[in-house]
Design a protein around this ligand. Sequence first.
Ligand code: CA
Length: 513
Amino acid sequence: MRIMAFLFLFAAVQISAAERPNILFVFSDDHATHSISAYGSKINQTPNIDRIAKEGMLFSNAFVTNSICGPSRAVILTGMHSHVNGFVANEWGGEFDGSQQTFPKMLQRSGYQTALIGKWHLYSDPTGFDHWEILPGQGRYYNPRFRSASGTAEIEGYTTDVITDRALSWIKERDVKKPFMLMYQHKAPHREWAPGPDHLNLYKDGDIKEPANLFDDHSGRAGAHPDVEMSIARHMTSIDLKLKAPGYLNDAQLAVWEEAYAEENAAYREAEPEGKARTRWKYQRYIKDYLRSVASIDDNLGRVLDYLDESGLAENTVVIYSSDQGFFLGDHGWYDKRWMYEESLRMPLLIRWPGVIPAGTSRSELVQNLDFAQTLLDIAGVQPEGDMQGISMLPLLKNPEENPWRDSIYYHFYENPGWASVPRHYGVRTERYKLIHYYRLGQWELFDLQQDPDELDNRVSDPALAGVKRELEQELQRLRAEYRVPEEDPEPTFWERTRFFLLNQAMNLLMED
Ligand code: CA
């Protein structure tokens, strides 16, 4: 009897080891929370992303540490801030050092089958993946090229659809004896927001609601700096605005594209709107294309979730939806990201794990992309190695009760010189307040997010907040010490600076006034 019990126990342990959950990490580029209906979007519906919220957990306060593509991805892989993992900026500083510790490597060593399909944007070849196929650099919206260990191939079609096809093929062909971790990563809805053929005619009727601060003048804040170039009114190109078709379409795709835009473009050229009317037209064109690009991500996520259901994989697969950072959707008159302001700082984060995460729940703790690596390792039962700087969110996922958590987050943006010329800054955000230091301008901002959620009123000199300011300054110093932020900032080389200057001049020639 005792032997039977022992054998039974042994078999149970074997099964649970074999049934470590699969992890499907669904990631997009620049997808702002205020364009996801589960987050209360007023301008669109995302029924498939919402499925993850309904069947899992939504994090209402998830934040990026450095709001730009490559650096956010490097933080996710390593669980370390930009100044530690070395990838501080997209446009200078070299490629990601793939020899350092990353969570995919640790999962791979523990017996997971690991894959990465889609946007990578860290230049070096991915490490820690059994299989990878990535878009070179930013990639393009149609007929994408994929780089893999065996070379480069071009595939016809709309990139969001193609990445999904490739991800589904990989899941179907994987080694079923091992648990898997797949990073399924879209290019969309990154600039130039090029919709796919299935969504070119969405939102044709009527206008999308404008943000209340579309005509923000940035008075009293760093956004008033004359170098900043991310204004819908002044800094969009003819390709951004679809007044010119992109060069990557084939003849059949171009015909469908022209059909979708020709009439509205002709009416715009005929009317030649000026001033605010011109900005309003640009906003509508921009936001509709952005939301069309999002709609394709959502539809394709639906295909993937349906496949997980049909194949029986859903039950033991953790599904995560996130994006490398937020984006301004006309807020403050802007597109783009980079700033520590809410629209750019926030990341979507939704996680479904049947039987573990209670369905339809949400949490408001201040979590960051810094925490993803340790969380995913914890989900897989793998002990993190090295010196990761985040906190595992597993207790938050499992336990609906209160859990001890951090009270503040640290943010640091470096990429100046860089696109949009946003000044370098670091700062601290608590549940209620945010203090930002633009250390090369000698400028500070303090916002009370409870009274001023749109961050229009910089109260850094307000005597009523002098005590709050002092506490935030101390907290900022504490965080900088805890995360070992060096006093000296990294700098681009002379050649990187020159290259960027020339690229920026070329971009300015394309701006459509
Ligand atoms: Ca991005």
